[in-house]
Design a protein around this ligand. Structure first.
Ligand code: MN
Ligand code: MN
Length: 291
């Protein structure tokens, strides 16, 4: 594992890149077991594990124009992190680039969405998570990872967010959401109805021209993705999440992958996260070339 800490095949300059990787090594709002600050570099390392040729799309990802900005500085507080990530990503969206943000805990997702420019075509969010993350504040911090979907709703509106894979929620979050109305599809509903019908249901709800996927890796069952801060049984399969990315790709303008915690990893969680990022690159490229 002596490869440099850039994402695989990130050999383009910033100016020529279509996809830009940014690591946010921040896990100060993790509530159970920390370590997600090591996520970005572990995901980068594992990204080199894969063939650059993508079997399904027939694309060689070595030809994808990817730039890796490296990691942000360390931040003292969540507020500081939010400002830093927003500042980093604003010019990137404006330049028409596709951000791939590697966390870090899920607190790093809202600023990745908030940086999306006002006045640009409207943005819908597919928010994959075992948890609803809908607290107005947690342990005194409105920027906690337990509040991330709520902060995103404040940016794009409740009708432009769908949470997929939920199976852990507090009564207060459900009560709060009754009036706010952010739709969610539970992991149990996905198991019952199948991923294809569930994703169709989610995409039917999101009328926006563009989509953004925020992936809390704990959406996936701990059997496949054990290395995360708050593992929760009865989750999605890796293939379910791949399907979400594939279906979203034609409208997709950004992706984050959060909550990978390498201290608990045998390598499979980081490999899965890296592979899903590669999947997004391949499918977005494929749909852009098809236009
Ligand atoms: Mn989360
Ligand atoms: Mn979660």
């Amino acid at each position: 594992m002596a490869r440099p800490t850039t994402f695989a095949d990130a050999s383009s300059s910033y100016d020529e890149a279509d996809f830009v990787v940014l690591g946010v090594p921040f896990d100060r709002t993790t509530s159970f077991r920390p370590g997600a600050r090591f996520g970005p570099d572990a995901i980068r390392q594992h990204s080199w594990n894969f063939e650059s040729f993508d079997l399904e799309t027939g694309l060689d990802l070595a030809e994808a124009k990817v730039h890796d900005l490296g990691n942000t500085d360390e931040f003292g507080s969540a507020e500081e992190m939010v400002r830093g990530v927003r500042d980093e990503l604003r010019p990137l969206y404006r330049a028409g680039k596709f951000p791939i943000v590697l966390g870090g805990d899920h607190a790093c997702a809202p600023p990745s969405v908030e940086a999306y420019p006002d006045g640009a075509p409207s943005l819908g969010i597919l928010y994959l998570d075992a948890h609803l993350d809908f607290r107005s504040s947690y342990l005194g911090d409105a920027r906690s990872h337990a509040c991330s979907s709520r902060r995103i709703v404040e940016k794009v509106g409740a009708r432009n967010v769908v949470v997929l894979g939920v199976r852990s929620v507090s009564r207060e979050e459900i009560d709060d959401n009754r009036s706010i109305g952010m739709p969610f599809v539970t992991a149990h509903e996905i198991a019952r109805d199948g991923i294809a019908a569930s994703v169709q249901r989610a995409l039917n709800m999101l009328k926006t021209e563009r989509l953004y996927v925020s992936l809390d890796i704990d959406a996936i069952d701990p059997a496949y993705a054990a290395a995360t801060g708050t593992p929760e049984p009865f989750g999605l399969t890796p293939r379910d999440v791949k399907y979400v990315i594939d279906q979203a790709a034609p409208r997709l303008v950004g992706l984050d992958i959060m909550e990978v915690s390498p201290p608990y990893d045998q390598g499979n969680t980081s490999a899965l996260a890296a592979r899903l990022a590669r999947e997004a690159i391949a499918r977005v490229l494929q749909s852009r070339r098809g236009r």
